[in-house]
Design a protein around this ligand. Sequence first.
Ligand SMILES: CC(C)(COP(=O)(O)OP(=O)(O)OC[C@H]1O[C@@H](n2cnc3c(N)ncnc32)[C@H](O)[C@@H]1OP(=O)(O)O)[C@@H](O)C(=O)NCCC(=O)NCCS
Length: 173
Amino acid sequence: MQKQTFKIVRRRLDDKEIAFLIKEIKQTPNITGFTVSEWDSFDGIFIAEIDNKLAGIIALKNTAGNWVSIEAFYVLSKYRNFGIGNKLFDAALKAAMKKKRNLYVITYNEAVVSIMRKNNLQVFDAFFKLPFFVMLANITHALNCYIVYEFIRKKIAFPADRKLTFGIKFFVE
Ligand SMILES: CC(C)(COP(=O)(O)OP(=O)(O)OC[C@H]1O[C@@H](n2cnc3c(N)ncnc32)[C@H](O)[C@@H]1OP(=O)(O)O)[C@@H](O)C(=O)NCCC(=O)NCCS
């Protein structure tokens, strides 16, 4: 793997970064997208910076029943496969452990599945196997005009057979 120097920082996003990420993610098949208010409402954001500029991000959202989800997980395409995603994921796992929350991930992306397996998450492909509160949080999340619009637009714009994979890791009973 080629070397790329980056640092992981925990901080909020500024308005310019939110606008940038919304634009970037519109061109990405495997994330439906987030509204400005969703970006503002995340409970923990870790950013990979290269030369003090955003190169990647992982965002956490607390949900009911002591769960936390990995919501946005994105590395700029030119910086992928340098290990940034692994480090961001590690920061998210540590934050969940520190907050004493169980963590879940829902993804279409095989690289994320690989990272989840490496970190010993329970990985499966059946929605109904998710814990009740996680199912509920996802149904609620999907009831959003922007999400529905982007979901349909991306189905048309990026036609492909994509399979959802779920990952969970328990830090508390
Ligand atoms: C998913 C993502 C954040 C990973 O970031 P990254 O910086 O490239 O991740 P890393 O370089 O740390 O590691 C990627 C790992 O996935 C593996 N990988 C890459 N493509 C893969 C594929 N198609 N299938 C399986 N594994 C793959 C790499 O070999 C690497 O494995 P390793 O951990 O054993 O080294 C990045 O690819 C991305 O932003 N993708 C587009 C947005 C997206 O779909 N996000 C997921 C939303 S849940």
